[in-house]
Design a protein around this ligand. Sequence first.
Ligand SMILES: Cc1cc2nc3c(=O)[nH]c(=O)nc-3n(C[C@H](O)[C@H](O)[C@H](O)COP(=O)(O)O)c2cc1C
Length: 182
Amino acid sequence: MDALTLLTQRHSAPRLSEPGPDSQQLDTILAAAVKAPDHMALTPWQFVIAQGEGLLKLGEIFYQAAKTKGESGEGLARARLLPTRAPMVITVIAKVQDHPKVPVIEQHLSAGCAALAMQMAAQAQGLGGIWRTGSYAFDPTVRESLGVQGDDQIVGFLYLGTPLSRAPNKRSPDPADYVSFL
Ligand SMILES: Cc1cc2nc3c(=O)[nH]c(=O)nc-3n(C[C@H](O)[C@H](O)[C@H](O)COP(=O)(O)O)c2cc1C
C-alpha cells in the first residue's frame, strides 16, 4: 500500500479477532510510533502493550475502576471484558515533562500522533485497529494503576488485530468544508 493510499484510505476496524500483530509487525508499529513529530525531542510517550494475560490484567484494572465508580451488574461485568475485544491493546500515554518551550498540549498531541502512526502502521501491514478512549482514559483508578500522574494523559487505547469485516464504505467529509485561504 503506497503512502498516499494509506493516508487517504485510513479507516478504523471496530471488530477485531486473532491474529494480532506478530513480533515483527509489532516492531514496525512501534518504529512508526516513535517517528511521531516531537517538539524538542522529549519523546513524551509510553506504550503499555497488553496481549494474552495482559488483556486480562487491563480488564481487571477497568473492573476495579468501574467498581470504584459504583457500577454494578452488567456494566461492571462488561468492564472486565472490554480489552478482550482485540488480540492486542496498546495504551498510549502522554508522559509530560515540564519544559519552557513545549507546553503540555504539544506533548499530548505528540503522543496522539504516535497513536495514529501505530494505527496506520497496523493497516499498512494488513492488520486493523481502532483508537478508543471512553471514560477509562480519564479514570483516576486506571491512571493510578498505569502510573499516569499529573499532566500525563492516557490519549488512547489502541485496539489491534485482524479486522472481522471489510472496510466500511463510508463517505469521507469534504475537505472544502473545512478550508479557508488567507
Ligand atoms: C482521541 C479519540 C478517542 C476516541 N475514542 C473512541 C471511543 O472511545 N470509542 C469509539 O468507538 N471510537 C472512538 N474514537 C473514534 C474512532 O477511533 C474512529 O475514528 C471512528 O470510529 C471513525 O472511524 P474511522 O477512523 O474509520 O473514520 C476515538 C477517536 C479519537 C481520535
